[in-house]
Design a protein around this ligand. Structure first.
Ligand SMILES: Nc1ncnc2c1ncn2[C@@H]1O[C@H](COP(=O)(O)OP(=O)(O)OP(=O)(O)O)[C@@H](O)[C@H]1O
Length: 298
């Protein structure tokens, strides 16, 4: 079967800076994948290359089985929603009409519903919309396009918490009714955690974590309590982020604990809590920072 997205050895160099460093990624069939990582990690660069807004320096990119560059047949089956998307100087209703022409799967009924829910004034020029309203318009286009490959690059600049929740709810409902391949780049990791089936983390241009969201959720554990007891429980296990205050200690165990471990923790009067997705991303980022990159090697 042809993968929906397949990237091999993808490298993007800007003069002396490596924005993407030998990235490999395959996405098969419908799924919602979260693209996470620190500022400047390379998330937007990856999405821009997938959407053919930018050329790679090296490597192979296939979207829907073909190279997306100047490939209208592929690009019409994709939608790319960017942070602070720029629009021509037209009214909201005209932007929606133009989007309907570019996307064969466009659902006018959904667009109308979403416009109502986000309270977008259709006769107002886009340049007079607030930042959050412009983001809402981009989201309406991204969802109503019903494109087989839907790329969202931090699409909620300026959106308030209520509007962001509306976006998450509608995205999930759309995905349930019309499954498609969605990539969502985000910094609001815990906010979107419930939507994600897979998490791909980029750090300094390299993929440092790529796994099922469920595996992450149960896979890292915070153990805290009296230092001596913590040490007894975690001895011989991979640990990170050790913190001590007086005789108390907390440490992250980079593996799941089984029932026997949990019973032992209870006997030792230790607290055991799973890490949130956001906390795992912070730990994985710290771990990646300890590894040398091509640019940091002497
Ligand atoms: N046109 C460009 N010219 C030079 N450097 C660039 C260009 N575009 C991106 N970069 C650099 O490439 C790196 C990756 O940028 P990118 O926008 O992909 O990161 P990001 O993960 O999306 O970051 P953020 O979360 O802050 O949006 C950064 O160091 C950035 O400065």
């Amino acid at each position: 079967m042809t993968a929906t997205i397949s990237v091999r050895g993808l490298t993007r160099r800007y003069r002396h800076h490596l924005a993407l460093d030998d990235v490999g990624l395959t996405v098969d069939g419908p799924s919602i994948t979260g693209l996470v990582g620190r500022n400047g990690a390379g998330k937007t660069t990856l999405l821009r290359i997938l959407a053919a807004h930018e050329l790679p320096t090296a490597g192979q990119v296939r979207v829907l089985g073909a190279n997306p560059i100047e490939n209208d047949a592929v690009l019409r089956r994709m939608v790319f929603v960017r942070e602070d998307q720029s629009f021509p100087d037209i009214r909201v209703r005209d932007a929606l009409k133009a989007a309907s022409w570019s996307h064969p799967g466009w659902c006018a009924e959904l667009a109308e519903t979403l416009v109502g829910e986000f309270e977008l004034p259709t006769d107002r020029p886009i340049k007079r919309l607030s930042r959050g309203m412009r983001s809402a318009l981009s989201i309406v286009i991204g969802l109503a396009a019903r494109a087989e490959v839907t790329l969202f690059d931090e699409p909620y600049a300026g959106l308030d918490a209520v509007a962001r929740q509306l976006f998450y709810d509608r995205l999930l409902a759309e995905y349930a009714e019309h499954p498609r391949t969605m990539l969502l780049s985000t910094h609001l990791v815990d906010e979107v955690a419930g939507l994600l089936e897979r998490v791909v983390m980029i750090d300094r241009g390299r993929i440092v974590l790529d796994c099922a969201a469920d595996d992450i959720r149960g896979g890292w554990t915070m153990v805290s309590g009296p230092s001596a007891a913590v040490q007894r429980l975690v001895a011989g296990r991979p640990t990170r982020g050790r913190r001590t205050i007086a005789s108390q200690e907390s440490v992250v165990v980079a593996q799941a604990l089984d029932d026997t471990d949990r019973l032992r923790a209870r006997e030792l009067r230790l607290r055991v809590e799973p890490l949130s997705l956001q906390q795992v991303v912070v730990q994985a980022s710290a771990l990646a920072t300890e590894q040398p990159t091509e640019e940091s090697r002497p």
